[in-house]
Design a protein around this ligand. Structure first.
Ligand code: GDP
Ligand code: IMO
Ligand code: MG
Length: 434
């Protein structure tokens, strides 16, 4: 049995897309468990660039099956556009992709409702991706959501849609955020979408458990990151799903007893898109330099990502929440030119040292990072493929991070392409993935 979760251990965009695409070679299936088209997972194959949003990594390998689990919210228009774009690029999707009948359907009205949280005076703006993700999960939790199985049953869909839209229009008008929705046109459009996705819809929990019984192996692909998790992240500056390891079970129907390992993906530094506390954010020239060298702009929205230094307390928290077996450190090459590289090794609030991640954004915002400064290696690591090739100071940087976080670094990424990757021989990582 080999069923491994690969997830973001910071605030998203850690390079999960590259890693999942790479690791998928060794697994039979790749399964997404939460989120929606707020995700943007970049994969480079030579000169060709793919940005996967709803479709799991692994799709770029012809012999893999990929699954969209019940934990996702699916905008069928976004999904079909993604399928069409991939197929136009020569990627076979429709025969390899399975969609959960229990996933939730995202509607244009959800995007309208997002204006309530993002635009209204007095509300805290989260800086969301404006995809309607939060409001769709709201409907799921409030038990009025429409699921894929409902979408495929025209009679149920029409009844549920009419009721839900009546509620949305009433609330939106009362709040002054109503915009013309063309309700009938949308309903007809969704009925057409239903027919296109019908052949791919399955009871994916059954499918996955059956696959495990047959000895097949699977990767669970996280979207977003642990600090954006609705329960464990920097609430309310989070997304609306469980991006951390627990989400892989609730979001797929694969039980915890079938999970054999958890791998965290982390940058060699830290970034965040959108609002919310970020203790190690660098607002001086260093942050700009990281953004420039790392090309830190959102894959979905194009927004500049906030940049800063590696945060050990955050990683330790993330390791605990997820039970990380091993870490993948990505974008090491981005730090190649720095003379000195600060690493946050602790937090302080006033004169007091804080060992744990504080629960409120008010407290996290007051956190002062305590830095240790490591010497930079000042030479290119770009594209390196073995540990031995790395400059001594880069090895020392990684050893420092490993020691301080208490988590093995089993893999290091030195560039966006598949082969620009180092696997540490004899690591726990190697045993889990290879
Ligand atoms: P994801 O959402 O976690 O899949 O990450 P994104 O795709 O949003 O952002 C990661 C970005 O970093 C993408 O543009 C990747 O191509 C790029 N990337 C991944 N690993 C490396 C690396 O080791 N070095 C460099 N320079 N770029 C990388
Ligand atoms: P991947 O999978 C980085 C952020 C948004 C915002 C917050 C809530 O590519 O790592 P939402 O639209 O989800 O309600 O926005 O979460 N966010 C991400 N940040 N990477 C992502 O995905 C993200 N998905 C959402 O910027 O701060
Ligand atoms: Mg991304």
């Amino acid at each position: 049995m080999r069923n491994v979760i690969v997830l973001g251990s910071q605030w998203g965009d850690e390079g999960k897309g590259k890693m999942v695409d790479l690791f998928s070679e060794r697994f039979d299936l790749v399964v997404r468990y939460q989120g929606g088209h707020n995700a943007g997972h970049t994969v480079f194959i030579g000169e060709r660039k793919f940005i996967l949003k709803l479709i799991p990594g692994g799709i770029l390998r012809p012999d893999k099956q990929v699954v969209i689990g019940n934990g996702l919210v699916i905008d069928p228009a976004a999904l079909l556009a993604e399928i069409d774009a991939l197929e136009a690029a020569g990627v076979q999707v429709s025969k390899s992709l399975f969609i959960s009948n229990r996933a939730h359907v995202l509607l244009p009205a959800h995007r309208m409702m997002e204006k309530m949280s993002e635009g209204r005076a007095g509300r805290v703006s989260i800086g969301t991706t404006s995809r309607g993700i939060g409001p769709c999960y709201e409907d799921k939790t409030a038990r009025r959501g429409i699921r894929i199985a409902d979408l495929l049953d025209r009679e149920s869909f029409r009844a549920q849609y009419a009721l839900l839209m009546e509620e949305k229009v009433t609330v939106a008008k009362a709040l002054g955020i109503y915009e013309e929705l063309e309700l009938d046109r949308t309903r007809e459009e969704y009925e057409r979408f239903a027919e296109r996705i019908r052949p791919m819809v399955r009871d994916t929990a059954l499918l996955l458990n059956q696959a495990i019984a047959e000895g097949k192996t699977m990767l669970f692909e996280g979207a977003q990151g642990t600090m954006l998790d609705i329960d464990h992240g920097t609430y309310p500056f989070v997304t609306s799903s469980n991006a951390s390891a627990g989400g892989a079970c609730t979001g797929t129907g694969v039980p915890p007893t079938r999970i054999t390992g958890v791998i965290g993906v982390s940058k060699a530094y830290t970034t965040r898109v959108g609002a919310g506390p970020f203790p190690t954010e660098s607002l001086d020239g260093a942050g700009d330099q990281i953004r420039k060298r790392g090309n830190e702009f959102g894959a979905v929205t194009g927004r500049p990502r906030r940049c800063g230094w590696f945060d050990v307390p955050l990683l330790r928290y993330s390791a605990a929440i997820n039970g990380l077996d091993s870490l993948v450190i990505t974008k090491l090459d981005v730090l190649d030119e720095f003379d000195n590289i600060p690493v946050c090794v602790g937090y302080r609030i006033g004169k007091q040292e804080v060992a744990e991640m504080p629960p409120t954004v008010k407290e996290i915002a007051r956190v002062e990072p305590v830095y240790e400064c490591l010497p930079g290696w000042k030479q290119s690591t770009f594209g390196m493929t073995t540990y031995d090739q790395l400059p001594l100071k880069a090895k020392e940087y990684l050893a420092f991070v490993e020691y301080r976080t208490g988590v093995e670094i089993g893999c290091v990424s030195t560039g966006p392409e598949r082969n620009q990757t180092i696997v540490k021989p004899g690591s726990r990582f190697q045993a889990l993935i290879l």
